[in-house]
Design a protein around this ligand. Structure first.
Ligand code: SAH
Length: 467
């Protein structure tokens, strides 16, 4: 992050705008909206600026800028069309320790002005660090159309009730629930429809009900977050991630996905770290029960789908036994995500009538898959967790009768920008993958459909294409 977004109070504070044209007018208008007292400085001023000065809304100084003009100012904006003057203003302000924005030369000052969506007191600021103002404006247009005009009034209403709600519902978690329930209920819609009195009555009723309610009960959301690309989350996953008080996640979940959880949700990492083993499964199960019993809404994030090689079943078995409420949110499993992003249809009218998901992680106690049972005509096989067993898998399939020229591919870090695909045949694949240095997480896909990739790949370029 190159700039820290903050909201600055300028009410009754002296600000300086250097420049006398339209750009200066625009910036000045913003400062006035924020209640600032503005000096505008330029040898020549536009009619509008003169009018504002005549009506006493700004102080106009019709002369060239001098360094001392920045002294004691809360914010300086350089808005002239002379880069040399703008630079002089920026240098003077920075020497005096005053924040300065230089219009159209963001790198010269130290403050950039965001695009804003104004539903005061709700204000959304969009910045691109000065890199792409047009992008910020496009985003702003989208938000303008999404956010009802009455948002500001809604915020004012909530603000007026805030102290009373704080007294009635002293517990922080319970209070947040109350507000969430209120805003998800009819009150917000009533406000948007301009029916303020009814909205207020609705909130009052809710508040009266809280006083007699039992303490909130916790819940666990077992959420499949897909194979990596955050765009593949479901709406429901995102909604519950935003709802959760605490997030429990492990190694396969990328930061971009964890960051989509509510900002102030507590984060508990249960995966392997350098100095620590992963938390054993039974401890994770107990942790979830404990969190829910403490009244928390816990989001347990799982890569892919929670019920496909995700041990999600074990986690909720314990919850069910403990009588804890839970929901399961399906996710896009690695096989589906990797196949789509690699251009390999898992079934095909002519080539594959079935598809099996198989674990490639064979237990030490001899639990190998039934190889002969897997070798069936027109069936696609997808192996999860097979990174260290690729040789065995390819050899065992051939021993069980699969054609050694059967197309096979490895998809490494599928659906992410780091995705790599190596394809070959049962005979050639292990050496090609070793050469490319592919590592877990990777998926092995075996079957005639792998050959379609040559025509259907769209997401990245092939690394190796030998059949
Ligand atoms: N529940 C998960 C699977 C967990 S098992 C799901 O439904 O996808 C972990 C295995 O999933 C990894 O060893 C790897 O084989 C596979 N996997 C998960 N994400 C992957 C990705 N982005 N690319 C390739 N394979 C992936």
């Amino acid at each position: 992050m190159d700039f820290l977004p903050i909201f600055m109070s300028l009410r009754e504070r002296r600000c300086v705008v250097v420049g006398g044209g339209h750009v200066a007018e625009r910036k000045l208008a913003l400062l006035l909206r924020a209640g600032a007292k503005v000096d505008v400085i330029a040898p020549a001023l536009s009619e509008e600026l003169l009018r504002l000065a005549a009506s006493g809304q700004v102080v106009a100084l019709r002369r060239a800028f001098v360094d001392a003009d920045v002294d004691g100012a809360a914010l300086v904006i350089a808005a002239t069309d002379a880069p040399g003057v703008n630079e002089q203003v920026a240098a003077a302000a920075q020497r005096a320790g005053v924040p300065v924005n230089v219009v159209d030369q963001p790198e010269v000052g130290n403050v950039v002005m965001p695009s804003i969506v104004d539903r005061s007191p709700v204000v959304i600021a969009i910045g691109t660090g000065g890199n792409a103002p047009v992008l910020a404006r496009m985003l702003r247009a989208k938000l303008e159309s999404l956010i009802p005009q009455a948002y500001g009034e809604l915020a004012n209403l909530l603000g007026a009730l805030r102290e009373r709600v704080r007294q009635t519902v002293p517990d922080g978690v319970a209070r947040r629930r109350f507000w969430e329930r209120t805003l998800e209920g009819p009150a917000a819609e009533l406000m948007f429809a301009g029916r303020r009195a009814e909205a207020l009555a609705n909130i009052e009723r809710g508040l009266a009900a809280v006083e007699t309610a039992r303490p909130p009960e916790g819940e666990v959301y077992l959420i499949g977050t897909g194979p990596g690309d955050p765009d593949l989350l479901t709406f429901r996953a995102l909604r519950l991630m935003q709802n959760a008080d605490v997030v429990v996640y492990d190694r396969l979940i990328g930061d971009t996905i964890v960051d989509l959880c509510r900002r102030d949700a507590e984060r508990i990492y249960v995966g392997k770290s350098r100095d620590r083993h992963a938390l054993p499964q039974h401890e994770i199960n107990q942790l979830l029960v404990r969190l829910a019993r403490a009244g928390k809404r816990a989001a347990r994030l799982k890569g892919g789908d929670p019920f496909v090689f995700g041990r999600g079943g074990e986690e909720i078995e314990e919850l069910a036994a403990a009588g804890v409420a839970f929901q399961v949110v399906p996710g896009i499993t690695a096989a589906l995500g990797c196949a789509a992003y690699a251009g390999i249809p898992l079934t095909h009218r002519d080539l594959a009538q079935s598809c099996a998901f198989v674990t490639g992680h064979h237990r030490a106690d001899g639990g190998e898959p039934d190889w002969a049972g897997l070798v069936r005509p027109q069936q696609t096989l997808v192996f999860y967790m097979g990174a260290s067993n690729l040789d065995t898998i390819c050899a065992s399939l051939q021993r069980a009768g699969m054609d050694s020229t059967m197309p096979a591919a490895v998809v490494e870090r599928g659906t992410t920008l780091a995705q790599r695909v190596v394809s070959g045949t049962l005979t050639t694949l292990p050496a090609l993958v070793a050469e490319a240095g592919c590592q877990s997480p990777l998926l092995i896909i075996v079957g005639a459909v792998v050959g379609l990739r040559e025509r259907l790949q769209w997401f990245e370029q092939a690394i190796t294409q030998k059949t």
